[in-house]
Design a protein around this ligand. Structure first.
Ligand code: AHR
Length: 648
């Protein structure tokens, strides 16, 4: 008795009173099928996500098409920009270098995207289109310069002939530097023209020449995403209609894809990004290819004839909408059409005769007001008439509630869209409090696509910290428990360059050589790797588990393996014990289990480029025949995979 009193007093003094909860999972009762594509990714060229990020091109302004055509370049000697008799009609600018034998040197440096990342021993493919009016052979030196200004590698190439020709060489870097530069020097007296100056690592994702940064693409692959939404985001709308994302400009030979302004190139949060443009080197063909590589359903977003409503707010009159609708129809043909069709042929010529198997398309991003459903309706009629099997996604505006949201949801029902895209960038408290958001959603209306969401911890400057990640994990239990309503979910944004970002938090941060997976990344990965196929009925103490005593949970069956998957969040500062009873087992019994978990007592904990503190760890779980007792660590998210024996 004395001992018991002592233990009781001790636990109260330590403030660690363990609470006993009973959670019941009925393994014989599937309440919803989980969409195999449920957990996915959303990609937008924001924060140098594409050019300067996932797209492995290391040269900024390779075609000299920026409004100030030498942005990114430092010329020396006699270097001019011209467009007379160009190499590429849609990117006509090129440079002319003249070495008159008097100036010390003629040439130019490229600064890359806040530097060029080079790794010692790695190979890089340099290419350039050149011509010369000279009758002799001209020589260029291609050089890697480190951040101290030392030329540590030089390789010469020869230029001959008055017609444009592509030259390619491979250089091995003798040094590692995140802020290196490329230098080209004209060594011979005379004139040389150059265009489309490019440098890629040889080791890109899948070793493709117009490829992706291998480490960043691998990080996407490791999420096991079910769906891939692209290319935005606000960039599909553009700052103006003229600069909206036009997918047709992003396919075909890369040299002739016209440059477009990036919607995120303006002054934002006191940071100016006048050098942020879209080369379209990572274009729709590459996006579809990446979806295929990742095993994710492609989900393109197209402009609905409204430019960004936060910016110029331009509206295409209804009687001028046809070219926009045609772009959407042609896109479906580009993805799925036979090689004999106009756009299927373009896809085949780019190397992919087989269709990409597109199943859905989103029309518009974060639109609002009557102008949106009016335009969406026109798109829907045309798409339904020609492609009745393609699912159409409409928008509920930029926020999780409010006037736009309240107006648009009934409109989306009236139009009978297949899914409604909801966006929420909210505080962690909102995410915890909204774990039951979908419990009472209309089961008969359009389904939900949680297309952009992230927990914004304002007091920490919206850091990708453990609080934000855990609140997302808690919220996502509610997405999964309501998998009959919520069919798709994608965190946003995906990438951010540490030296050039406009928006945070973001799932993956990177510099020119390294990457950092945030705690939020690992939450997404734990869901993506453990989606399961069927939601199982689950109750705690006879009630819903969303938020009782800071606990959040969902249970699923993984039909192919027969495993039961529990996802449990303990958001309290105390450990909590929980007994889990499995009902409906018949002749089966529990034999073993593992727990993959994230845990940290410090809400402010973050990962860094140097070290990832918050990573999933795995431990075995002891099980009884049809129950298990768990002690949930304080502030933790655990995914439990439980193996059953015997036949059902
Ligand atoms: O993800 C960043 C931006 O947030 C997207 O472009 C837009 O859709 C939302 O406002």
């Amino acid at each position: 008795m004395k001992k018991l009193l002592f233990l009781l007093t001790l636990s109260i003094a330590l403030g660690t009173q363990a609470q006993q909860h009973v959670m019941t999972v009925d393994v014989s009762k599937s309440t919803a099928r989980i969409n195999p594509a449920m957990y996915g990714i959303f990609f937008e060229d924001i924060n140098f996500g594409a050019d300067g990020g996932l797209y492995a091109e290391l040269i900024k302004n390779r075609s000299f098409e920026f409004p100030q055509p030498l942005v990114g370049w430092v010329p020396f000697g006699e270097v001019t920009v011209t467009d007379e008799n160009p190499c590429f009609d849609r990117n006509p600018h090129y440079i002319r270098m003249v070495n008159d034998g008097r100036l010390l040197r003629t040439g130019l440096d490229n600064e890359g995207y806040r530097g060029i990342g080079l790794k010692k021993g790695e190979e890089y493919r340099f290419s350039v289109y050149t011509r010369t009016p000279e009758t002799k052979s001209m020589k260029l030196s291609v050089e890697f310069v480190n951040s101290n200004g030392q030329n540590l590698l030089k390789k010469e190439i020869e230029i001959n002939g008055a017609d444009w020709q592509k030259q390619t060489i491979v250089l091995k870097s003798p040094f590692t530097d995140t802020h290196a530069r490329l230098r080209i020097v004209l060594l011979t007296k005379g004139t040389v023209d150059m265009d489309h100056i490019s440098l890629f690592p040889v080791n890109t994702w899948k070793k493709r020449e117009n490829g992706l940064r291998a480490d960043l693409a691998q990080a996407l692959y490791d999420l096991n995403p079910g769906v891939f939404r692209f290319p935005g985001g606000c960039i599909i709308e553009g700052n103006s209609l003229a600069t909206r994302y036009q997918w047709k400009n992003s396919v075909g030979p890369i040299e002739n894809r016209p440059l477009n302004e990036n919607r995120w190139n303006y002054t934002f949060q006191h940071k100016a990004f006048p050098d942020y443009f879209q080369s379209y080197g990572l274009g729709f063909y590459e996006y579809f290819l990446l979806s295929e590589d990742l095993g994710a359903e492609p989900l393109p977003v197209v402009s609905c004839g409204l430019s960004c409503q936060y910016e110029s707010n331009e509206v295409v009159p209804l009687n001028e909408l046809d070219p926009y609708v045609k772009d959407a129809l042609d896109l479906i043909e580009f993805a799925n059409g036979p090689v004999t069709s106009e756009w299927g042929k373009v896809r085949a010529e780019m190397g992919h005769p087989e269709p990409f198997g597109l199943k859905m398309i989103a029309v518009g991003n974060e639109q609002w007001g009557e102008v949106y459903p009016e335009r969406l309706e026109v798109f829907m009629k045309a798409i339904r008439a020609q492609y009745p099997d393609i699912q159409i996604i409409g928008s509920s505006g930029p926020s999780a509630s409010g006037n736009h949201f309240d107006y648009l949801w009934p409109e989306m029902k009236r139009l009978d869209v297949d899914l409604v895209d909801e966006h929420y960038y909210m505080a962690p408290e909102w995410f915890f409090a909204n774990a039951a958001r979908y419990d009472n959603y209309d089961r008969k209306g359009p389904k939900v696509f949680a297309g952009e969401y992230a927990s914004h911890d304002h007091p920490t400057g919206k850091a990708n910290n453990f609080l934000a990640a855990l609140s997302e994990a808690a919220f996502m239990t509610g997405l999964e428990r309501n998998a009959d309503v919520v069919r798709l979910a994608t965190y946003a944004p995906l990438f951010a360059h540490v030296d050039a970002w406009q928006w945070n938090p973001d799932l993956i941060w990177f510099d020119n050589l390294r990457l950092m997976r945030t705690p939020n990344y690992y939450v997404q990965q734990m869901y993506g790797m453990n989606a399961g196929t069927d939601v199982l009925s689950l109750q705690m103490n006879g009630k819903s588990v969303a938020g009782q005593d800071s606990l959040y949970a969902t249970a699923a069956l993984d039909a192919p393996t027969g495993e039961v998957i529990l996802k449990l969040v303990n958001a309290s500062a105390h450990p909590t014990t929980i007994q889990i009873d499995l009902n409906g087992l018949k002749k089966q019994q529990l034999v073993s289990g593992t727990c993959t978990y994230l845990q940290n007592c410090d809400w402010k904990a973050v990962n860094t480029l140097e070290y990832e503190t918050i990573v999933p760890r795995v431990r075995p779980v002891e099980v009884d025949v049809r129950s298990l007792n768990l002690e949930l660590q304080p502030r933790s998210f655990g995914v439990y995979r439980l193996t059953l024996s015997g036949k059902k």
